[in-house]
Design a binder for this molecule. Structure first.
Ligand code: NOJ
Length: 731
């Protein structure tokens, strides 16, 4: 094997992007806060009530009004989250003639699989820059809802099942966007963990689950990344719609976390004028689709009826002023107003495309590699059989509101052909058809088998899909807004195809794509090599080819557990997904993802944090030191293999004995480390006091029970390489 060819190219990439000393959130030349607040007060004092009300509800599919005579522009929003959405005109008509093709980044699940917050920043910076170039002020991302069930149709947009990983990645993303003077919008607040019935479902969960699992990402977005906007979700929470939920919005978001930005509704998520106005909704967005083709935005809950209520003195005008203030505040912050001018953005630059490639290279996960089938040995290969409809399919326009018109999209087939050049013969067989209710197709399978038999290697690209028709928002699909998967079974007869191809040519690599876990039990033991490529963006095919042929050493890690079967997932084990009669009781409580699998000793198919490399790493010399409330952990990590590579060092904390229930272990720190062959590095991981705490329902606050804690350090949640324990007593 020619290991010399293998290179991880992280350093040149970082230089290319000139990522600022990451996460410094450099809000350059921002105006003095007091001056800004005074200017806002002056502006509000000059506005009529009608003008104020016009600012707090949509006036087109993605905008809300400004006040022209006072120089206040419209606020222009756009999806989000992995590219800037195509233009939909003012009234929801996709504008096919618009100049709106842009960079299609990998989806959120792949981003999280990089376990690299700096990559999160680079992702956000591309998005912010392209949004700005397109005249957008707010990008509707990141989507950070917890992957409670593998069935959720929007998991592909989301990040993880783990609140700590979600937080770190979201912070990077938000700072990346906002350093471009564009507002990020963290969504959907909160407990929007399923799509079926999302408009009606009432989510009931314990306070502990809320605080420990479902809120930390939002809290980090507000308190650490200073996110400018938050989107309230469609569902109800404890009986009241989330977007105007007194507890979620007034008490927690604006009270406890002191959020000073804008809480906008999801599109059409407001249901009641008084509740919305009193419970903290600042901006009502959406279009009542029944009003199309000419929606009447004055009929919104926060439009004419609100005007009437304020005029009659039922609602105090100060409440409206407060909402307008928040909108003006983010306008100043993003230089839409004030003395500083926004710099121009850019679109479709080689740097943006290089970033899309780099993210994909870092987020594709090597799940299995027995007998070192991978990387493929190019010099020894003359024929390659690429099989599967997912190999030849573009994904950018699928999935719902996150659709992107990609400047281009390299499919797996194109990427493989391009990398191999003319010297190798690459055949393509469709293998299965992405058609609703499609069963195994004997003719397509026998064509694929014939191609696989003739080839030195077969590469199957299979898995989920955004929809049956490219470019159509398909609400019968698997990874799409508004739907949840019916189960984890491979659709379209793919199991039959995979088994037949594996029997025809044992030198077969299975590449999964899509929103996450899929049931692989029928063939997993027979497949020597498996990769998860998610939806890898416009450069996905190139990234995949580089990993297959060893030009890039895989370094992605799973941001969610792959269960063996659906019933093993806690939300399903406890039987309340998607809920009964529009009520979802989260009986799985704090045992989401690996917290459940580890505590209840259920063996997953692939564990949270799992991801293989073409090299090997040795962990040693763990030492700990206390610093006030924190614990600093040092360890040595060495690349002991023959190629350069990156490892994600994961630190899990486990309380040995506790009066309160605690999960078996919880992720509390991680670091991605790039090491040349033979290189070793000392790394430091910090555990703040929150790493030891749980949310006490009795005391309604975070606290740590004193005692012994195990620190488990490893390459995945189930591959712990070093452990130590400390006694911890909160000051
Ligand atoms: C509804 C989706 O839930 C949300 O994520 C999106 O940003 C809005 N529609 C706008 O398209």
């Amino acid at each position: 094997m020619n290991y010399g060819e293998l290179r991880l190219r992280i350093r040149p990439f970082l230089m290319l992007l000139a990522i600022p000393a990451i996460m410094c959130a450099c809000h350059s030349a921002s105006e003095n806060i007091n001056d800004v607040e005074e200017q806002i007060t002056t502006l509000i004092s000059k506005m009529t009530l009608k003008e104020k009300i016009a600012m707090i509800h949509a006036n087109s599919s993605f905008t809300s009004a400004g006040v022209e005579r006072l120089g206040i522009p419209e606020l222009v929003t756009s999806d989000g989250p992995h590219g800037v959405r195509p233009e939909h005109g003012r009234d929801w008509v996709l504008d096919s003639a618009a100049n709106d093709a842009g960079t299609y980044l990998p989806t959120g699940n792949l981003l999280a699989a990089t376990w690299n917050p700096e990559i999160g920043y680079a992702f956000g910076a591309v998005l912010g820059s392209e949004a700005k170039e397109r005249g957008k002020d707010v990008i509707l991302g990141p989507g950070i809802n917890v992957m409670r069930s593998p069935l959720c149709g929007r998991n592909f947009e989301y990040l993880s099942e783990d609140p700590f990983l979600i937080s770190r990645m979201a912070i990077g993303y938000i700072r990346g966007v906002q350093d471009q003077d564009v507002s990020a919008c963290v969504k959907h607040y909160a407990a929007n963990n399923e799509e079926v019935d999302r408009n009606a479902v009432d989510v009931l969960m314990s306070e502990r689950a809320l605080r420990e699992i479902y809120l930390p990402g939002f809290k980090a977005a507000v308190t650490e990344a200073d996110v400018n906007t938050v989107m309230g979700s469609y569902n109800k929470f404890r009986g009241q719609y989330a977007t105007h939920n007194d507890y979620l919005v007034n008490k927690i978001l604006k009270g406890e976390w002191k959020f000073r930005g804008v809480l906008m509704s999801d599109w059409g998520a407001v249901h009641n004028t008084i509740e919305a106005v009193k419970n903290g909704t600042d901006l009502e967005m959406g279009t009542d689709l029944s009003m199309l083709p000419k929606p009447d935005y004055n009929k919104f809950f926060m439009a004419d009826s609100l005007l009437g209520l304020v005029s009659k003195g039922v609602v105090p005008e100060t409440l409206i002023d407060e909402k307008v203030r928040r909108i003006l505040r983010i306008m100043f912050k993003t230089k839409m107003l004030g003395k500083n001018k926004r710099e121009a953005g850019s679109r479709n630059t080689p740097e943006h495309q290089a970033t899309a490639l780099k993210i994909a290279e870092e987020g594709i996960v090597l799940l299995k590699n027995e007998g070192e089938v991978l990387p493929l040995k190019r010099a020894a290969i003359k024929t390659v059989a690429v099989i599967g409809e997912n190999a030849n399919r573009e994904n950018a326009m699928g999935g719902g509101s996150s659709q992107v018109r990609a400047k281009y999209e390299i499919t797996p087939l194109q990427g493989i052909k391009k990398l191999l050049g003319g010297g190798v013969s690459v055949s393509y067989s469709r293998g299965y058809k992405i058609v609703k209710n499609q069963q195994a197709d004997a003719t397509l399978i026998s064509e694929a088998v014939a191609a696989a038999k003739k080839a030195d290697v077969a590469i199957l690209v299979v898995g989920w899909t955004h929809g049956y028709d490219y470019a159509v928002w398909d609400d019968n699909a698997y990874d799409a807004e508004g739907v949840d998967k019916p189960n984890l079974d491979m659709p379209f007869g793919q199991n039959e195809l995979i088994k037949a191809v594996l029997a025809a040519n044992p030198n077969t690599v299975v590449v999964l794509s899509g929103g996450g876990p899929i049931d692989v039990r029928q063939w997993v033991n027979k497949a020597p090599a498996i990769l998860e490529m998610w939806y890898a963006g416009m450069e996905g095919g190139n990234a995949l080819a580089k990993i297959l042929f060893g030009e890039v050493n895989p370094s992605g890690k799973l941001p969610m557990t792959f269960p063996q079967k659906l019933e093993d997932s806690p939300a399903h084990k406890f039987g309340d997904f998607p809920g009964v009669n529009n009520v979802a009781r989260y009986k799985d409580d704090i045992y989401v993802g690996y917290r459940y699998f580890d505590t209840y000793k259920v063996t997953p198919q692939f564990a949270f944090g799992h991801g293989l490399s073409y090299t090997s790493f040795k962990y040693s010399d763990v030492k700990t030191r206390k610093e006030k409330d924190s614990v600093v952990v040092h360890l040595k990590i060495k690349n002991t293999g023959k190629v350069n590579g990156a490892e994600v060092v994961q630190l899990y904390v486990k309380q040995e004995k506790s009066a309160e229930k605690r999960p078996e272990k919880e992720l509390k720190a991680f670091k991605k480390v790039y090491l040349a062959t033979g290189e070793s590095r000392d790394i430091e991981l910090r555990l703040g006091k929150d790493a030891f705490q749980y949310f006490s329902e009795k005391n309604h606050r975070w606290l740590a029970e004193p005692g012994m804690f195990d620190l488990l350090i490893g390459s995945s949640s189930r591959d712990i390489r070093q452990r130590t324990s400390i006694s911890y007593l909160e000051n």
